[in-house]
Design a protein around this ligand. Structure first.
Ligand SMILES: [Zn+2]
Length: 360
């Protein structure tokens, strides 16, 4: 597999679905959590190792087309922590602008070093509690400084998306996006929607998405990831105006939706690794079925510091476990470039580099 491995590493890849809080290295979290004296139920590094989000009510998934494991899988830790819980602890450990610059820089250093990633579009959230006094513009500027330093040192580029937490209200989302719109920044180019899908249907956030669209921000959303129905993906396109979608596995529940997604070649960022360990086989089978249905899917890392995974690992899993050939993986890398929100001239650089790639 040595040839395939170096091919995948060298492939010019973009990562369009990645949460900044989910990229934080376990050691960095440990250092910051100790500095802040956070009261945690275990060692910070142990918490990261034992992340295993419990699935929502298993009854919801009794009759999905691709069966979901109902029990626990072999690799599940005794005590486990949900991804959202861990993300919140990371939020609490962040203090000044230097922390923000640092976690962006480390995320991009890891993407470059471990995966050969060329461009990342990562989500940022509402200001962490110890950052709030900094103000929105200073927060974004601290993140942007991390991007600039990483570009200088590694040649990697990045942009930010403002993520809406769907467990909140539509009014809270609107207020957050109004803040984003009122403080434009060249590196903050779009918005997303995340957290547990069962807690917030996409239509709740129509006003926030409309405001973002009017301001020229690009739009994506997590959809059909936890809710076993295809309708949310349709709502994201038709009501929220999304230009690409994150996850989307449950579009497979509805043939008409699959046909539409195929005809329109809607871009899906898919992730083989999830913090719900028992769901990993279902994820991979779903991605296989999406590919077989002719959908436009390409891999992303999502929360690489926490699962843990890397973008390269996600390509490797598609090759070794999902049976995707190298040529098709190169086509996916190109699909990612096309779906990215980089300026055309920067896309051209990546397109040209992709044309030069030779199959082993
Ligand atoms: Zn995600």
């Amino acid at each position: 597999m040595a040839d395939a491995e170096s091919f995948l590493k060298d492939l010019p890849k973009v990562d369009l679905h990645c949460h900044l809080l989910g990229t934080v290295r376990p050691m960095t979290f440990g250092e910051l959590a100790r500095r802040e004296g956070l009261a945690l139920p275990d060692d910070p590094e142990r918490i990261f190792a034992d992340i295993n989000s419990r699935p929502p009510d298993p009854e919801l998934y009794r009759s999905t087309r691709i069966p979901m494991a109902q029990g626990r899988s072999d690799d599940e830790p005794e005590t486990s922590y949900s991804l959202f819980q861990a993300s919140n602890w990371v939020r609490e450990a962040l203090r000044g602008p230097d922390d923000l610059t640092r976690i962006v820089y480390e995320a991009l250093e890891d993407a470059h070093t471990l995966s050969g990633t060329r461009h990342v579009e990562f989500s940022i959230d509402v200001p962490p509690p110890r950052i709030a006094a900094l103000g929105f513009t200073s927060m974004v500027e601290a993140y942007a400084e991390g991007i600039r330093l990483a570009e200088r040192d590694f040649g990697i580029t990045a942009r930010m998306l403002a993520a809406i937490d769907r467990s909140g209200t539509g009014e809270e989302a609107l207020e957050w996006i109004r803040t984003v719109v009122d403080h434009p920044h060249e590196y903050l180019v779009g918005i997303g929607l995340d957290n547990l899908e069962n807690s917030g249907p996409p239509e709740r956030f129509a006003d926030a998405y409309r405001l973002a669209g009017e301001a020229g921000l690009r739009r994506t959303a997590h959809t059909s990831e936890h809710v076993p129905a295809a309708v949310n993906a349709v709502t994201c396109l038709d009501v929220l105006g999304c230009e690409r979608l994150d996850h989307g596995y449950f579009v497979l529940e509805d043939d008409a939706v699959v046909a539409r997604m195929r005809d329109e070649q809607v871009a899906f960022t898919v992730v083989s690794t999830t913090s719900r360990r028992s769901w990993r086989p279902w994820r991979r089978a779903s991605i296989r079925a999406m590919i077989d249905a002719g959908l436009n899917v390409f891999p992303a890392s999502d929360d690489p510091g926490m699962f843990p995974t890397t973008l390269l690992n996600e390509y490797r899993i598609l090759h070794e476990q999902v049976g995707v050939g190298l040529e098709q993986l190169a086509a996916m890398a190109l699909a990612g470039v096309e779906a990215s929100w980089l300026p055309e001239e920067q896309k051209d650089v990546l397109r040209a580099d992709l044309r030069r790639v030779e199959l082993p």
